[in-house]
Design a binder for this molecule. Sequence first.
Ligand code: SF4
Ligand code: SF4
Length: 310
Amino acid sequence: MYSNKIKAGALSLGFSVCGIAPADNVGRYADYFKNGLATGNHADMTYLECHFDKRCDPRLLVEGTRSIISVALNYYPQHRLGKDQYQFALYAYGKDYHQVMHRKLNSLFAYINKEVHPVNGRVFCDTAPVLERYWAWRAGLGWIGKNTQLIIPRAGSFFFLGELFLDIELEYNIPLRNHCGNCTQCLDSCPTEALEQPYKLNARKCLSYLTIENRGGIPVAQAQRLGNKIYGCDECQKACPWNRFAIPCNIPDLQPCPTFLQMKKDDWEALTEEQYKTLFKESAVKRVKYEGLKRNIKAAEKQSTIELPV
Ligand code: SF4
Ligand code: SF4
C-alpha cells in the first residue's frame, strides 16, 4: 500500500522507474567491487577506496535505514550535436544532473512524509559511497549489463539513478534476471578495449574517464581513438540493443541550450575561458574545468596526447 503510493509519487515527479529494496549487506557484490579495486581499474579515482564498509552496507552509512527506494530519470536529449562536430556524452547536455536529481529526490522525500507516512532518511545521487547500480538492480529497475551500466528493460541505460534511504519497512521488488545473453555488442564497440571482459571496465583505458575525471594527459594509444569525443564517451551504451527503446525526455532542465547545439569544431577550438564559463555555468561539464576541456579538444584535434599545464 505505502509502496504503491511511493511509486506513483515518483512517477508523477517525472522519474521513469521506481523500485524498492530492503536495506541490507550487498553480499557477493562486495567481492566484485573489491576485486575491481584490487586490479587498479579505478585509475586515480581513489575516493572509491574510501568507506568500503559503508558502501557495502547502507545501514552503516545512514543508521536506521530499512528500505532503499531507487529511481531512474531519463536524460536522453531531444536534440543532438551534429554527427560531424565534437561530441559530448549525452548525460552532460543539460543542467548538472546532481542538482536536477536532488531537487526531485527531495520532492519525493517531502511527498512521502506528507502523503504516505512520516519518515526519516537521506537522499543520494552520485555524492556518497552508495553502490547505485547494485541498488537499482536489487530494487527491480533492471540488470547490470556487460558494459557495467544499469539496463532497464524496454528503456535502455540513458538514465540518472538516485536513492532514498528510509527508516520504514516497505514491500520489496524482486531483482530482474540479466538479459544480456550472448550479446557482446558493448565490448565490440568500445574504441579502446576498456571493457576488457564482460562486467570489467578498465578506467585507465576508458575515454569517459580519460576525458572527465583524469587530471593528467591522455595516453597516446587512447588519444588516437578519441575521434570527435571531447567530453565522455557513450559508445558502449549506443551499441546496446536495449537503447533502441530510448525515447527523448521532456524535462526542460535536461535539454541542451541552442548555443551548445550550434557549436562547430572551430568554435570549440577557439573557446575562451569566459565563453566556457557562460556555456557551462550550470552544467556538470564544469567538473573537467576549462583546461581539461581544452586538453580534450586539442587531443581530439591532433589525435595525440596532450598534457595539462602544471
Ligand atoms: S565509455 Fe567508451 S571507452 Fe569507456 S568503456 Fe564505454 S565504449 Fe569503452
Ligand atoms: S550491449 Fe549487449 S551485452 Fe552489452 S549491456 Fe547491452 S545487452 Fe548487455
